[in-house]
Design a protein around this ligand. Structure first.
Ligand code: CU
Length: 323
């Protein structure tokens, strides 16, 4: 309490002292015969030079950040289509950086070049068709090129041509993920929400023969270089299945099945070596704030060789055996 009072008193005293100092400057100016509020050429030159100094420091600092924070950026993509997305991201970043540098250099350089001088006069331009055309057509062409490029990538990612992908269901609920393999027939058995209970979280229909060989899991294993089709469902609210290392993200919507096909190109082991992190694991996260324990929605994904995968899947219980 006392400290607060002293701090407020100090601020008031500081402001009083400041006004008095300004008053002294004004009075000495009056005595010597000049107005301290008048902006001189010397002031303008100083501010012009400071603009250039600021420009250099500012752009330098931005570039420093590119490198200083690089470690927080995702590593190279671990999926086939992710390489296209990364390339697109790099091209976008390049365009943004070029425009950013040109615009900032112009803003500060022109502030310096056209700083006010004793006899300078501003020109009055109301309209310039050529200039309007130029700054409409150039960004128009560049943006069209980027949009066409992006649409091309979109159709490659969302309409892949891989045949017979392995079907895996990913089921979201507050606050956990459950996986289901389609088994040998590669057909997921049907389900209905009325069948959901604590022993059958996914509501799988045990009367459907396709569900007999289905395998319900709490950890996903996938073989390298083979396409995987994730079929996504949600029990309660909208969740978002996010596998950052594979550049995969898709909403899980109650009452609606969504899907995402991708092909992993690096095993967990390869990724551990690449990142020099023996504890690294691919992880499925929820990327939609779905409630209080949203942060805790994670499921491990393991990418391994075909042989390792066969070994693992053969040890899992089939739905028929546990129902
Ligand atoms: Cu969620």
């Amino acid at each position: 309490m006392v400290t607060n009072f002293l701090v407020i008193l100090l601020i008031i005293l500081f402001l009083v002292a400041l006004t008095q100092i300004i008053r002294i400057f004004q009075l000495t100016g009056k005595i010597k015969g000049y107005d301290i509020n008048e902006v001189t050429d010397r002031d303008n030159n100083l501010n012009g030079v400071l603009s250039i100094v600021f420009c250099v420091l500012f752009i330098g600092f931005c570039f420093y950040q590119y490198f200083a924070y690089k470690k927080f950026i995702l590593p190279d993509s671990a999926s086939h289509h992710g390489v296209f997305i990364d390339n697109m991201n790099n091209w976008s970043l390049l365009a943004i950086s070029v425009v950013f540098i040109i615009m900032n250099v112009l803003i500060f350089y022109l502030s310096y070049k056209y700083r006010s001088q004793k006899n300078s006069k501003a020109s009055f331009i109301t309209h310039d068709n050529k200039l309007e055309l130029l700054w409409t057509i150039i960004p128009g062409i560049i943006l069209t090129a980027y949009i066409l490029y992006g649409l091309n990538i979109w159709s490659k990612v969302m309409h892949p041509t891989e045949e017979d992908p392995m079907a895996i269901e990913i089921y979201a609920q507050q606050f956990a993920w459950t996986g289901r393999y389609a088994g040998e027939d590669n057909i997921l058995g049907s389900y209905h929400y009325t069948l959901v209970d604590k022993d059958n979280v996914l509501g799988v229909d045990s009367n459907d023969v396709n569900s007999d060989d289905d395998i319900v899991v709490k950890e996903i294993h996938i073989p390298i270089d083979e396409p995987v089709m994730l079929n996504l469902r949600s029990q309660d609210v909208i969740h978002s299945a996010y596998l950052p290392h594979f550049r995969v993200q898709m909403n899980c919507v109650p009452g609606l099945e969504t899907s995402f096909l991708f092909t992993p190109i690096k095993t967990t082991e390869q990724m551990r070596i690449e990142l020099k992190d023996p504890n690294f694991d691919y992880v499925l996260l929820c990327n939609k704030i779905c409630g209080s324990a949203h942060f805790n929605m994670q499921m491990k994904f393991i990418v391994e060789t075909r042989e390792e995968f066969n070994e693992w899947i053969s040890q899992q219980n089939k739905f028929k055996e546990i129902k």
